[in-house]
Design a protein around this ligand. Structure first.
Ligand code: ADP
Length: 499
């Protein structure tokens, strides 16, 4: 037996699906209706498993458990250090099961296995540890009252939280939402995207093993208009944190307003510009620009989907971009040599192809790609359009696929104006050696994250979220902890009680 194959072993490629039911009050249970839905492998377009389909009555049950755990359970009352200890254990269990978790995200979302194992999942456990470290450092302030009163603030957990998450980063999104809420002492209901329910249920199982008390973390799998809408309109949910499209974000906010005015935070995607000035190393710039759009097959809200290149290096850079896009390896996400797996599902696949058709019709120049790979699976060629104008649909809409929109600019002022001509404001990249240009552009772009001479530089300590129609509220950083905390002011007379 000679094993020279460096691809993952077959047990990793064909993981046993252990968890397919709703996780409510510490138990895996069927949905009340008994209904299930299929989750599909985008590589083969075949069903992986049938998953319990939660609806309003299941969300009610989960919220009841979360409310009970909040009002009467230990979690919000534990010393922060004790919540931290349990969260650290949860993080260790994630690390111990990294291969299986990475494998679930690969078959469910078409994500690269090696990336999941080396980056996404270790980062997700580090997010839990980051917030565990904050759990015993949550405190208010003593107030400088203007009269003879003693005043202070208490920071209290906001209550029952609803998290509605998308499919592009099933692991990252799950941990990024629950970790600060757990640290704050909240209890919660999570609805994973219907395309990618597998790892979320596995995380629920690990949370229980780690000792997170029943009812604190509930996972209701199901669809948006049913289970998702039941969360945003629930009368006993105090805050909802949503990541997804602007269209659905608006619905979540409307439902929150129409029900109990729950606190809302929205992270709604982007059309992020990468501005490349002509003093940079062209190879490095091409590398970053390609990675910025093709990483995770373009299914990433901060993808550098609009690339503005200064005229001095335009021709040289475009040549390199096209070379790199052509050399980019698309195929089975379990293969360690592959750089791009299949798009998550049929709907996304068709949506991306229809944007590509729009681009051609609108008069942009298709430099490379533009077609599906053919055969089984939702694979699309890395695609680059040049001569893209801001009014074209491919420059306006978030395509969420491997499609770059390129344009040439002359001056910094022009680049700023064009970069800002979008209704989104999630992120932007600036490549230049000139510190004055970097400073001016970073202050002029209306976006929540600016990366200078880097891209996708995420960190647990770095708040992340949008300006404009990319939403409001921040994930990550200590900012995110405050989404899940209430400020209570307590006031008492300082010397003698006047009555
Ligand atoms: P995408 O376009 O990336 O699929 P969506 O905004 O459609 O993003 O979905 C993000 C999340 O929102 C998913 O979990 C989805 O099920 C959920 N969702 C969809 N419709 C609604 C809705 N009407 N109310 C609440 N959640 C919803």
């Amino acid at each position: 037996h000679c094993d020279t194959d460096d691809s993952p072993a077959s047990f990793v490629k064909n993981p046993t699906i252990k968890f397919t039911k709703l996780f409510i009050n510490g138990e895996f249970i069927d949905s009340i209706s008994g209904k299930t839905f299929e989750t599909i492998d985008p590589r083969t377009m075949e069903t992986i498993a049938r998953i319990a389909e939660g609806d309003k009555e299941d969300v009610d049950l989960a919220v009841k458990a979360a409310l009970q755990a909040f009002d009467h359970g230990p979690w919000p009352r534990l010393p922060g250090s004790e919540r931290a200890r349990i969260m650290m254990k949860f993080a260790d269990l994630i690390d111990e099961n990294v291969e299986e978790l990475a494998s679930l995200d690969t078959i469910d979302a078409g994500k690269l296995f090696t990336m999941g194992k080396a980056v996404d999942i270790p980062h997700a456990s580090s997010t839990l540890r980051y917030y565990a470290g904050a759990a015993d450092k949550i405190h208010g302030e003593v107030l400088k009252m203007s009269r003879e009163f003693h005043g202070y603030t208490l920071l209290e957990p906001i209550g029952v939280v609803g998290h509605i998450i998308p499919w592009n980063f099933p692991t990252t999104m799950f941990l990024l939402k629950i970790s600060p809420a757990l640290a704050a002492g909240c209890t919660m209901v999570v609805k994973p995207a219907e395309q990618t329910p597998l790892s979320a249920l596995y995380y629920a199982h690990l949370a229980k093993l780690a000792g997170i008390p029943d009812g604190v973390l509930n996972v209701v799998t199901g669809f948006g208009p049913t289970a998702g809408a039941a969360i945003s309109s629930h009368m006993d949910i105090d805050a909802v944190s949503f990541t997804g499209s602007p269209e659905i974000g608006r619905k979540v906010m409307q439902a929150a307003a129409a029900s109990n005015l729950k606190v809302v935070s929205l992270e709604l995607g982007g059309k992020s510009p990468l501005i490349i000035f002509d003093d940079v190393d062209v190879d490095m710039a091409a590398e970053l620009a390609i990675f910025g759009i093709l990483h995770n097959k373009g299914e990433i809200c901060v993808a550098s989907s609009r690339v503005y290149v200064q005229e001095g290096i335009y021709d040289e850079l475009v040549k390199k971009l096209v070379e790199k896009a052509k050399a980019w390896v698309v195929g089975d996400p379990f293969d360690p040599k592959v750089q791009q797996g299949p798009q998550v599902d049929k709907k996304q696949f068709e949506k991306i192809l229809s944007y590509i058709e729009h681009g051609k019709r609108e008069g942009a120049t298709l430099l490379t790609g533009g077609k599906p790979l053919g055969g089984k699976g939702y694979y699309i060629e890395p695609t680059i359009f040049s001569e893209v104008k801001e009014e074209m649909l491919i420059a306006k809409d978030e395509i969420f696929g491997p499609v770059m929109a390129l344009a040439k600019f002359k001056t910094m002022e022009e680049a700023i104006e064009r970069a800002n001509s979008t209704r989104y404001g999630l992120a932007a990249g600036i490549l230049t050696k000139d510190i004055n240009v970097a400073n001016t552009v970073s202050r002029s772009i209306r976006a929540g994250t600016i990366w200078i001479n880097c891209y996708f530089a995420f960190d647990n300590d770095c708040p992340f979220g949008g300006y404009k129609m990319s939403g409001f509220g921040r994930d990550l950083g200590l900012e995110a902890l405050h989404k899940y905390l209430q400020v209570k002011s307590v006031v008492t007379p300082l010397y003698n009680t006047p009555w």
